[in-house]
Design a protein around this ligand. Structure first.
Ligand SMILES: NC(=O)c1ccc[n+]([C@@H]2O[C@H](COP(=O)([O-])OP(=O)(O)OC[C@H]3O[C@@H](n4cnc5c(N)ncnc54)[C@H](O)[C@@H]3O)[C@@H](O)[C@H]2O)c1
Ligand SMILES: O=c1ccn([C@@H]2O[C@H](COP(=O)(O)OP(=O)(O)O[C@H]3O[C@H](CO)[C@H](O)[C@H](O)[C@H]3O)[C@@H](O)[C@H]2O)c(=O)[nH]1
Length: 330
């Protein structure tokens, strides 16, 4: 049985991936500082270490004591707006700490890492759908902090034999379908949770950031990917590294996009609730369209999304929000 260290395993995407690792017969181990994560999202049977990825001693002890075979590295700060206000925080938390984390892993003998990257690595895309080979010119420090780590990987591969896969997620969304696990960020900035909070009457209206984009209905288009499909991509990436498929960068998206208005309309249909909207100016830094070209991950890993229709994404997210209007208790 392979033992996988999951940094950020008490966060949104990490907690769903831990569930899938268990189902697929892996032994996950969580390292999380709980800076944005929730202890109550972690299962009691999964070993949990509260600590920082930059704590080299702790990391080496975990690797040695638990016999870590590979790492899935989710732990990061990921608020684009905050990164514009505090770029140094993002280069410290995401870039510097990840570099320390990987050094500690390598010194303890762990060579396989799956890394959470982002569509923000591309910046404003020149073409949509966006292929992995597109230019990467991030337009915010968050995207830059992740891209710098991707740039370090080939050097670490050459020097130390690091085997790495960087997954560039598009818009992670959705939850477990039984409402037992879902998305709880504070502050919440993502579109779907905010729409569903509005459906629950927790906020008066949902703001639409920009109605004058060059898209069919004037609102931004995004490629929403169900968190379980995202989790599956990590499992397949691990298997690929085990088989020696080789390191590289992969988009994780469906290859098709939905506008903000479409997401609101589908949410009205699924919740049966009134969802008032407020049309607002554009949010700075939002590209009109972000849609993945997803051929590389489909052909290399034989991955395909199973739960990423807009209906399935919103149904599952609604199950979580309705059952847990206040999110996780701690
Ligand atoms: N949510 C998205 O749509 C999205 C899109 C693209 C990329 N990503 C990336 O995916 C990853 C997970 O995102 P998420 O939405 O689950 O975020 P999240 O905030 O829910 O989870 C991040 C987890 O990492 C932990 N953490 C942060 N810094 C840490 C540190 N220094 N040491 C130990 N633990 C630490 C937090 O406590 C939290 O549990 C992040 O790297 C994020 O940048 C997310
Ligand atoms: O109240 C809101 C919130 C969002 N939006 C719009 O909804 C779309 C989706 O916005 P999100 O904030 O949910 O997601 P982003 O596309 O901004 O961000 C995602 O993609 C980024 C890459 O650009 C990063 O990877 C980030 O971590 C990830 O959540 C955007 O057009 C945004 O302008 C609204 O209209 N109203």
């Amino acid at each position: 049985m392979r033992t996988i260290l999951v940094s950020g395993g008490a966060g949104y995407i990490g907690s769903h991936t831990v569930r899938l690792l268990l189902e697929e017969g892996y032994r996950p181990v969580i390292l999380d500082s709980l800076v944005t994560g929730h202890l109550s999202s972690a299962l009691p049977e999964v070993p949990f270490f509260k600590g920082d990825i930059a704590d080299g001693l702790l990391v080496r002890n975990i690797v040695q004591d638990l016999g870590i075979d590979a790492v899935i590295h989710f732990a990061a700060r990921s608020l684009v707006g905050e990164s514009m206000q505090k770029p140094d925080l993002y280069f410290h938390e995401n870039t510097a700490k990840t570099n320390l984390f990987i050094s500690a892993l390598l010194s303890a003998g762990v060579k396989r890492v799956i890394f959470s990257s982002t569509a923000a690595a591309y910046g404003i895309p020149e073409q949509v759908p966006i292929p992995e080979a597109a230019a990467t010119i991030p337009v915010n420090p968050y995207g830059a902090s992740k891209r710098m780590i991707e740039q370090s990987f080939p050097w670490l591969e050459k020097a130390y034999g690091l085997e790495w896969i960087s997954l560039r997620y598009f818009n992670a969304a959705g939850a477990l379908f039984d409402g037992s696990l879902g998305e709880h960020h504070t502050p919440e900035t993502h579109l779907i949770p905010l729409i569903l909070r509005t459906a629950l009457g927790r906020q008066e209206q949902i703001s639409i950031f920009g109605t004058d984009y060059p898209t069919p209905d004037g609102t931004c288009i995004r490629d929403y990917i169900h968190v379980l499909d995202l989790a599956k991509a990590h499992i397949l990436a691990l298997a690929a590294l085990e088989k020696g498929v080789g390191s590289g960068v992969f988009n994780v998206g469906t290859g098709s996009g939905h506008s903000v208005r479409e997401v609101i309309e589908t949410s009205r249909k699924i919740t049966g609730r009134n969802i008032p909207v407020l049309e607002c100016p554009r949010r700075p830094g939002d590209p009109a369209q972000l849609v993945a070209e997803a051929d590389k991950i489909r052909t290399t890993f034989n991955w395909s999304p199973g739960y990423s229709s807009l209906d399935q994404i919103i149904e599952s997210a609604w199950a979580w929000h309705r059952k847990n209007p206040d999110g996780f208790p701690h």
